[in-house]
Design a protein. Structure first.
Length: 748
């Protein structure tokens, strides 16, 4: 490991735009991928030598369409130092990438076989451009991750005789299994899906390898006793990495001609299969909490108002699904207590109460499978231990009663999904109707009573008319799980299901990148507008475009974009966060990045990905139809159902965002009126009240209206204190106990 003095010399020489990979420990400057590699180097793991062009270089380059002199000098220095070691690999390292809750695997570019100065510069530009690719732009807000910039790793390329990926916790199988996928030569074809890998399973840490017969090539037979050279060392290294990082890892590896193992990337596994190993206290029942997936919808500390809406919303969400599927009233009454505890808040962050979620699902037919499917869909780690066997599907009810209920559930479920397309359209109509009645520009003239009716109307939709959206969620969850299992049954590669779900038609989240790209091309075609974007920040650009008649046409198109898509953002459900139509600065910053991009247009990228999906689907069908026609039919049927369900779910999520942002505008309008009346001090203090309290206050039913300001002040102070904490992703606590920073022994 290089000394700190060497690191300082290197930083100075690169004018703080470059840093040696061994010293790249600041994830905010070098990204998660580079920081993980630096950590591996510090652990003594073999990592190819390299250097990082930091996020500062990306920021400076994207501030101007012309490469700044200091960035050009830094790139020249990289070429001087590293092209003597060619071939090189140039890899993205986005800020926020490869964290504990979100992995950007496959979203950004890696370029192999770089051997000249021009190739190096073009590879760096490609990495920068991939930051604004349609896939990354969709993935970032979907995972609740802020746009933080892009660093680039330049490394010596390993002369690999075999390479691949290793999961220290196999996606399926026993808890003590690793899964290794590999191919001959470099692993770029494997990672991209162009090459079908062979697969080997290994017992942790290094005992007996075995291979599933459906996923091996002839040179690695199912009864293999001795794995390929270097694999024992690879498994031991992988186990040590997982131990050091404290979580199961997705590791990219390469083995050279001397059988030396090199690690080229490690990141947390963010969607592991559930493991039934929940720690329970000796005497006091414990509760399992997880922020998996829910922290993507609510990535920041939540306000009392949002929590009151979400708590009621989740209760009715699951209860109404039970009614829709024909679950008996008696069984729903038995579910009532866990239904009221579906979510919780720790350190002002929202969590699923998995003990309650799984208890509810266990009361339905195939409850254990539903609990596992829920975890796979949201990315949770564990299935909670059962609360009460009598409360499960096979409880105290007679078999005859259960048979009748099961028949009713089957019939009701079939009926609901026979009309799913119409039901999604009905939900969209409800959302559009609400949005048309709550346009922000119209709210200023509404009375306080009218504004309160709009808030209650939103809650009516959230509690009683969300069923059609939740049906799409349930279908996507079940179909996604079935697709994974059916593909594994058919002998397909474990990662194939994700490739078969890319670039689906009818997914509205693909539209904003297309519109932004069109706006960026308009900027590039107007020299004056291009200069404005190249030389000024977002505030100046917005002010100039607003007041200069020369930009009237582009201003009109940008305003149309904000009207159509300004409610979409990574914090669109938070209520307290401004939307793009309120504060368009982030959209301008993103446009500045698009202006620099010379890669293919998003429409072409999506078309190419859609064609690749169709080609892979056709290849899968052809590989199965002759040797196992029943498997071919099953796979294709479930694949089509999954693709349809995901498209419907994304349509519903779009309208969900529209509803929540309209609710934000309504609540702020109420807050302004209450502040003008002196009931609260500031407009946004209204978010410190629960919706029930707002309703009581506005309608004159509040018991202590004169104490509202003091209540808000106390809550705001406590909310700030809780928000300063950093609770873990997974928490196990005794029943009735909240998490505090000194509860670390019971959380992970």
């Amino acid at each position: 490991m290089k000394s700190s003095a060497t690191c300082e010399v290197r930083r100075a020489r690169c004018e703080e735009l470059c840093v040696s990979l061994s010293c790249a420990t600041e994830a905010a400057r070098v990204g998660g991928k580079a920081a993980n590699l630096a950590r591996l180097i510090a652990l003594g793991i073999a990592v190819p030598d390299g250097e990082v062009l930091t996020a500062e270089a990306f920021a400076r380059a994207h501030a101007s369409p012309v490469l700044p002199d200091d960035v050009a000098t830094a790139v020249e220095g990289l070429a001087d130092r590293w092209l003597t070691h060619a071939p090189l690999v140039v890899r993205s390292s986005a800020i926020g990438e490869d964290g504990a809750t979100a992995s950007f695997a496959g979203q950004f570019d890696s370029i192999l076989h770089v051997g000249t100065r021009d190739e190096l510069l073009q590879a760096i530009r490609r990495c920068w451009a991939s930051y604004a690719s349609p896939r990354a732009e969709f993935y970032r807000p979907a995972r609740g991750i802020a746009a933080g910039g892009m660093a680039v790793i330049i490394q010596r390329q390993v002369a690999a005789v075999r390479a691949g990926v290793l999961f220290t916790q196999a996606p399926t199988g026993a808890a003590d299994e690793m899964l290794i996928e590999g191919c001959d030569g470099l692993a770029d074809g494997l990672v991209s899906g162009r090459v079908e890998p062979w697969s080997v399973r290994a017992k942790k840490p290094s005992g007996g390898f075995f291979a599933p017969a459906a996923a091996v090539r002839p040179e690695l037979p199912p009864d293999v006793k001795k794995p390929p050279d270097g694999f024992f060392a690879l498994v031991n290294i992988a186990a040590s990495i997982a131990d050091a990082f404290g979580a199961p890892q997705d590791i990219e590896w390469a083995i050279d001609g001397d059988d030396r193992v090199w690690i080229v990337q490690t990141r947390p596994i963010t969607g592991r299969r559930a493991q039934c190993d929940v720690r329970r206290a000796t005497c006091v029942p414990t509760v399992l909490f997880s922020n998996a997936n829910i922290n993507e919808n609510f990535p920041e500390p939540v306000s009392p108002l949002l929590y009151s809406i979400a708590s009621s919303g989740y209760y009715h969400y699951f209860r109404n699904l039970g009614l829709a599927f024909g679950v008996s009233r008696a069984r729903l009454r038995a579910m009532d207590q866990p239904l009221r505890s579906i979510i919780a808040v720790h350190g002002a962050r929202m969590y699923y109460n998995l003990t309650s979620v799984h208890a509810v699902l266990r009361m339905a037919p195939c409850g254990e499978a539903l609990a596992a499917s829920f975890n796979e869909f949201v990315g949770a780690d564990e299935v909670a231990a059962p609360l009460d066997r009598d409360a499960r599907w096979h409880g105290r009810r007679s078999r005859v009663a259960q048979a009748f209920e099961l028949a009713r559930i089957v019939a009701a479920t079939a009926w609901q999904y026979a009309w799913l397309r119409r039901r999604i359209r009905s939900f969209e109509d409800d959302a559009d109707d609400y949005a048309s009645r709550t346009r922000p520009a119209d709210l200023e003239s509404r009375s306080l009573a009218d504004l309160n009716r709009h808030l209650v109307a939103f809650l009516d939709i959230r509690r009683d008319r969300w069923k059609n959206a939740s049906l799409a969620d349930a279908a996507a969850m079940v179909c996604y799980s079935l697709l994974q299992r059916t593909l594994a049954w058919s002998g397909a590669a474990p990662s194939l299901h994700n490739r078969l779900l890319r670039a689906l038609p009818g997914v509205p989240s693909s539209q904003p990148p297309l519109r932004l790209w069109e706006l960026s091309r308009q900027i590039r075609s107007d020299a004056t507008l291009l200069t404005l974007f190249a030389e000024h920040d977002a505030d100046v650009i917005l002010d100039t475009v607003t007041n200069d008649p020369h930009f009237a046409g582009w201003k009109r198109d940008f305003a149309r974009y904000l009207a159509d898509w300004g409610f979409r953002s990574s914090r669109e459900l938070m209520l307290t966060s401004p939307t793009l139509d309120e504060s368009p600065g982030p959209a301008i910053d993103l446009l500045k990045q698009y202006v620099l991009t010379d890669s293919e247009a998003p429409a072409m990228t999506m078309a190419r990905q859609a064609q690749e999906r169709r080609d892979e689907t056709r290849a899968l069908w052809q590989s199965l139809i002759w040797r196992a026609p029943h498997k071919a039919v099953a796979v294709l049927t479930i694949l089509r159902a999954t693709q349809t369900a995901i498209a419907f779910r994304e349509r519903a999520r779009l309208k969900q965002a529209l509803l929540y942002t309209r609710c934000r505008h309504v609540v702020r309008a109420i807050g302004r009126r209450l502040a003008e009346a002196g009931t609260i001090e500031r407009q946004d203090d209204v978010f410190m009240l629960r919706w029930q309290e707002i309703d009581e206050l506005v309608s004159g039913r509040a018991m202590f209206p004169g104490a509202v300001a003091a209540l808000v002040a106390a809550r705001a102070a406590e909310h700030a204190r809780l928000s300063s904490w950093t609770p873990p992703d997974r928490i196990v606590l005794p029943e009735g106990v909240g998490w505090t920073p000194d509860a670390g022994a019971s959380a992970s």
